[in-house]
Structure formats: structure tokens, C-alpha cells
Design a protein around this ligand. Structure first.
Ligand SMILES: C[S@@+](CC[C@H](N)C(=O)[O-])C[C@H]1O[C@@H](n2cnc3c(N)ncnc32)[C@H](O)[C@@H]1O
Length: 195
């Protein structure tokens, strides 16, 4: 059983998508193929599919994937939900957009594999493809993210670098908290390595 299964079984854990994220993708064209890595219960995948994106969502939580697939089937959305480990995925060149929301924390024990994954996506994604990362803006997380993309040696243009306040309510205790988030979206402008 995956860590998040028990939470997803009883509630819509993370609530609505960030309006700022949806606004960006609403105005963005073309509405291409998007992979949502660690899509959870599909809060972003479902909203983006409703906008016309062709979505693949991967998560280790079968409960989350089943919930997302069930909504997708009911609404006739273009979502393929797969249960699996995002660190084993390897075909980013097949997508126009790679989205990761709340997937990186850069704790000491995970930092290496997380930055290696970002570099792999940066290398594999096609020219003109987007990488969209939503990350808590606490400590040095945002600067580690930006440096990792910069140090990938691939040329990217920054399309969005904005802040938002995410309000989370723990429904069991009623406790509410606010966290500053960064939405960082870059577009690959060249396949060649920069020196
Ligand atoms: C903090 S939640 C974010 C969920 C979703 N991105 C969102 O913003 O609503 C982290 C998610 O990543 C998934 N996850 C963690 N490690 C994973 C891995 N190695 N492969 C696939 N999914 C993973 C968890 O099951 C969980 O659904």
C-alpha cells in the first residue's frame, strides 16, 4: 500500500488546483500532451484535461489513480492514469509539457535523485516543450530548483516565475495553514548543450 492511499481513500486531500496554474494553461497554446508526474487524485490532471490537454498521469498510489480514472471516464476526458514509479519513467520526449506539483523537497536523503530527475527531464523533453514545477517556497528549495535547471546545460526560457499562497485545511483536525508556493515554468529553446 502506498503512503498516500489511506488519505486518498477518505478525502479529497489537496483540494482545488492553484488558480494561477490553471490561468496559465488556459491561455497557453497549443493544448498538447502533458504528463503529470505524481498526479495524486488528479486535481491538476482533471482540470487541465477539461481545458483540452491530452493527459498522462502517473502516481504510486493506485487509490489516487483509480479515483482520477473514474472521474475521467464519467466525463469522457482524455486522461491515461498509470500506477507506477515516476523515477522509472523514461519517455519525456513524447510530451509537450511535464508537470510536477509538490513533488520536490530537496531533503538531504532525496536531493540527489530529485535533481537527477529534473536534469533527465530537461535533457529528454522536446524543443519548445515546457517543464512546470510547483514547489514550496521555503528554505532554499526554489534556488536549488532554478540552479538544477540552469546547470542542466540546456537552454530554457522562463515563461512563469510567480508566487502564491496555498491554503491547506487538515479536515480531521480543522487546522488551517498557509504555505508560500512558487510556480516555475520554463520552455526549452534549444536541444544543444550550452557551455
Ligand atoms: C504531495 S502529493 C502531490 C500530489 C499532486 N501532485 C497534487 O499536487 O495534487 C505527492 C504525490 O506523489 C506521489 N509519489 C511520491 N513518490 C512517487 C514516486 N516515486 N512515483 C510516483 N508517485 C509518487 C504520492 O503518491 C502522492 O500522490
Amino acid at each position: 500500500m502506498a503512503d498516500y492511499d489511506k488519505y486518498y481513500e477518505t478525502e479529497d486531500l489537496f483540494g482545488a488546483p492553484y488558480p494561477e496554474l490553471i490561468e496559465f494553461f488556459e491561455q497557453y497554446v497549443p493544448k498538447g500532451k502533458l504528463i503529470d508526474l505524481g498526479c495524486g487524485q488528479g486535481r491538476n490532471a482533471i482540470s487541465l484535461a477539461r481545458l483540452g490537454y491530452k493527459i498522462t498521469g502517473i502516481d504510486i498510489s493506485k487509490v489516487g489513480i483509480d479515483q482520477m480514472n473514474s472521474i475521467s471516464e464519467k466525463e469522457g476526458l482524455n486522461i491515461t492514469g498509470l500506477t507506477g514509479d515516476i523515477y522509472s519513467f523514461d519517455n519525456y520526449q513524447d510530451f509537450d509539457i511535464v508537470l510536477l506539483d509538490s513533488m520536490f523537497h530537496f531533503e538531504q536523503r532525496d536531493k540527489k535523485r530529485e535533481t537527477v530527475l529534473i536534469s533527465k527531464i530537461a535533457k529528454q523533453i522536446k524543443k519548445e516543450g515546457l517543464i512546470c514545477i510547483c514547489i514550496q517556497d521555503t528554505g532554499d528549495k526554489v534556488s536549488i530548483l532554478k540552479n538544477t535547471i540552469k546547470n542542466s546545460g540546456i537552454a530554457f526560457e522562463v515563461l512563469n516565475d510567480s508566487s502564491l499562497i496555498y491554503e491547506y485545511e487538515d479536515k480531521a483536525s480543522g487546522h488551517k495553514s498557509e504555505t508560500k508556493y512558487c510556480i516555475y515554468i520554463v520552455k526549452k529553446i534549444n536541444d544543444a548543450k550550452i557551455h
